[in-house]
Design a protein. Structure first.
Length: 174
């Protein structure tokens, strides 16, 4: 995920302080991996340098002054460009699982066992994600659904590969 542009997009909704911006980011995108405060402030400095945001004032507090940031016209254009540029589906046609399957066959090892172990791991992750959806916000449910659909596609590939393992073994060993 592009953390920089996501933070910029959050500022598009309204001016904010770094602390509040971090909390907003974590609420929507940091379910499993919240941003570090240092990363937020480094990103804000970069966004200022690029001309996409400005410091719109400071407020005295118990510690250092709190700076308020707001998006510029150029920043709004950057968010719009990012938002409406379609994501390219996975560019890699090779996955670790595919590589492991080929190596197992080349080494004369049990590629079927490898696929079974991976299937079990995928199923366990599906159970975790399904459990996480219970009582979660709609945003969290949608994130889990996205991951579940990808896992389902992987499981389909595992089943298809397992069904074709003899044919693949013949290709690999000749």
């Amino acid at each position: 995920m592009d953390n920089t542009t996501a933070l910029l997009g959050l500022l598009g909704a309204g001016a904010s302080y770094g602390y509040d911006l971090k909390n907003s980011y974590d609420r929507w995108f940091g379910l499993k991996k919240p941003l570090a405060f240092g990363q937020v402030y480094t990103t804000l400095a970069r966004l200022i340098r690029n001309g996409w945001i400005v410091a719109a004032g400071a407020e005295a507090g118990a510690g250092p002054d709190r700076k308020r940031y707001e998006i510029t016209t150029a920043g709004r254009a950057r968010v719009a460009e990012w938002m409406f540029t379609p994501e390219v589906p996975s560019e890699s046609l090779q996955s670790n699982l595919f590589a492991k399957t080929i190596i197992a066959l080349l080494l004369g090892d049990n590629a079927g066992r490898l696929l079974d172990l991976q299937r079990a791991q995928h199923m366990a992750r599906m159970r975790e994600l399904t459990s996480e959806k219970q009582g979660a916000t709609l945003a969290a449910v949608l994130v889990c659904d996205h991951a579940l659909f990808h896992i389902e596609a992987d499981l389909r590939w595992i089943d298809l590969t397992a069904a074709r393992l003899s044919q693949l073994r013949a290709e690999v060993t000749t």
